[in-house]
Design a protein around this ligand. Structure first.
Ligand code: PEP
Ligand code: MG
Length: 585
């Protein structure tokens, strides 16, 4: 039941800055096509397990929503809590679940269809009761059933591709694959109940330049389809049904932000050089091929990180060598001779793809990234072959994620040479030497053993998103612990410093490509720690360049030394912020 149609303000995590005002599209499950087929007798047990797994996942989601709802003010917490409890009850030994399970066994229906048929039956018996209270319970069961079906089909929100321009997408949760389907010329902003600040949905929203607020408790009950919604991604605020005065004030702010964007755009052609004359290289991170143009428009000097996961998203088969080559070649050609860093697949963790099941009890610590690639060698071999072919067209670097030890990189190198030999036998010309092979430094153990890894790697790329997650034991995609996610924690800074110094001693290039690189608050500190190459979302390049052009590298280096003498993160934060204030940020 939705309440109160007047203006109301909700808060969540400030994910991606910008202000958007538009009609809400509630991304629920209405758009899902329910598959309908019969299963073989031998598959009954597996189908029942599929249903049980989807029930377990749904219960997990509800538990998470309940923790969030508990933080709501006053009676709202209680109200939302009751509702979620009712949903939990509808999934626990309920008629819906028992009935669906029986239909799988007796009628051999696929699990989605079994849930749908059972829902229909339950719905008609509720309707026959002619009681307003029970009719509302009937609605709840439909919502719960839709959740089950969605978890069974794992269907991305295909409806996101067909929205009217200016729409605000409101959802319980958007996966990175859902977000990849979003057309930024139609969607004006995102707001969700679940999702942390450094998860891939957040990164994708920033990459697309979409204002976004994630982790908004009780959002779906507060917004109705078509409500006017303001998303203030910089402050993490959602205003539903604003008054005329509120709307006018946000329109003014939006205009100011637009002016600021135009002002920063003027830095495009200027070099990223400090006041004392040191040139810094600024490159772009790319999640989706369409960002290449944004990168060039923002003045990126190369692509410092191409996350190749997009190739595996929203499909049920695997991209073959030619598919991948076509995508890499287009990026390399499109960068007009500037370097392109292709990262091998980083699937697992919060980056799941439909075609590759990574069933790990603890995905962040499980078969993710290079671990998966080395276990499923064909994935790696096909990808390396496509990358090597693209390296014949322009400057390519190959980067390997989640490296924990030198042996993994050695194995990837051997695989690369093997792939090169196979390509040569096919008559394909490759550059000599082959492209440099680098390691992501994003596991604390890798940072601490960076001197050993530097023997094996031709370059390092520091991934602070994971480095922070693993150092501080904080799930980067979980809004409940987002407050602990602190790039200025001394442990994180020491690991960065250690990796940078190891690279310098070994005379190999090092860059930083985590989200920290794109936040001008950290620019002076990162340069002070010795970094000279940063890679970030294209939309951040202007602001970081402006910061570089105002700072004196000697002073920044001195301040970084003072910072590294500290053990208290609050003191570190004030040293960083005071420096920024005194030196023109
Ligand atoms: C990182 O971990 O900082 C990084 C750049 O990689 P990703 O965000 O893709 O895990
Ligand atoms: Mg990472």
């Amino acid at each position: 039941m939705k309440t109160d149609r007047g203006e109301r303000t909700l808060t969540g995590l400030a994910i991606s800055p910008g202000i958007a005002i538009g009609p809400a599209f509630i991304s629920d499950d209405g758009a899902i096509q329910v598959p309908d087929y019969h299963i073989a007798h031998d598959d009954i047990a597996a189908e029942r397990k599929r249903l049980a797994d989807a029930v377990a996942l749904s219960l997990k989601q509800l538990a998470k929503l309940k923790v969030k709802a508990a933080a709501l003010p006053g009676a709202a917490a209680e109200e939302a809590g009751y509702l979620l409890d009712a949903h939990v009850a509808m999934l626990t030994n309920s008629r819906l679940v028992r009935g669906a399970d029986r239909r799988i066994g007796e009628e051999r229906l696929n699990a989605e269809r079994a849930v749908q048929v059972e829902l229909g039956q339950i719905g008609s018996s509720f309707a026959a009761m002619d009681d307003a209270y029970l009719a509302a319970r009937g609605d709840d069961i439909r919502v719960v059933g839709a959740r089950l079906i969605r978890n069974l089909t794992k269907t991305p929100y295909a409806a996101l591709q067909r929205l009217a321009p200016g729409t605000i997408v409101v959802a319980e949760e958007l996966t990175p694959a859902d977000t990849a389907l979003i057309d930024p010329s139609r969607v004006a902003a995102l707001a969700t109940e679940l999702g942390g600040a450094e998860g891939h949905t957040a990164i994708m929203a920033r990459a697309l330049g979409l204002p976004a607020v994630l982790g908004v408790a009780d959002l779906l009950r507060r917004v109705e389809p078509g409500d006017t919604v303001i998303v203030d991604g910089g402050l993490g605020r959602i205003v539903v049904n604003p008054t005329t005065a509120t709307r006018a004030s946000y329109e003014r702010q939006r205009e100011e932000l637009e002016q600021e964007r135009r002002r920063l755009g003027r830095f495009r052609r200027l070099p990223a050089v400090t006041r004392d004359g040191v040139e810094i290289t600024l490159e772009a991170n790319v999640e989706l091929p369409r960002e290449r143009e944004l990168a060039l428009a923002a003045g990126a000097q190369g692509l410092g990180l191409v996350r190749t996961e997009f190739l595996y998203m929203n499909r049920h088969d695997l991209p073959d060598e030619d598919d991948q080559y076509a995508a890499y070649a287009a990026l390399v050609r499109g960068m007009d001779g500037k370097p392109v860093t292709l990262r091998t697949l980083d699937i697992g963790g919060d980056k799941l793809a439909g075609s590759i099941a990574t069933d790990s009890p603890n995905p962040a610590l499980g078969l993710r990234a290079v671990r998966l690639a080395l276990k499923e060698r064909r994935l790696l071999d096909v990808q390396l072959a496509a990358m090597l072919r693209a390296s014949a067209i322009g400057k390519v670097r190959i980067l390997v994620p989640m490296i924990a030890n030198a042996g993994e990189l050695r194995t990837v190198r051997a695989a690369m040479h093997q792939a090169a030999r196979r390509l040569k036998r096919r008559g394909i010309a490759l550059p000599d030497p082959l492209p440099p092979l680098g390691a992501m430094i994003e596991i604390p153990g890798a940072a601490l053993a960076a001197d050993a890894l530097a023997d094996e790697a031709e370059f390092f790329s520091i991934g602070t998103n994971d480095l922070i997650q693993y150092t501080l034991a904080i799930d980067r995609g979980d809004e409940q612990v987002a407050y602990l996610y602190n790039p200025l924690h001394p442990a994180v800074l020491r690991l960065i410093q250690f990796a940078v110094e190891a690279a310098m001693r070994a005379r190999i290039p090092v860059n930083l490509c985590g989200e920290m690189a794109g936040d001008a608050r950290f620019t002076a500190l990162l340069l002070g720690l010795g970094l000279r190459n940063l890679s970030m979302a294209p939309s951040n390049i202007g602001r970081v360049k402006e910061r570089i052009r105002t700072l004196d590298l000697r002073a920044a280096t001195q301040r970084a030394r003072q910072v590294m003498d500290q053990i208290d993160d609050a003191r570190i934060a004030s040293l960083v912020d005071d420096f920024n204030e005194m030196h023109g940020a």
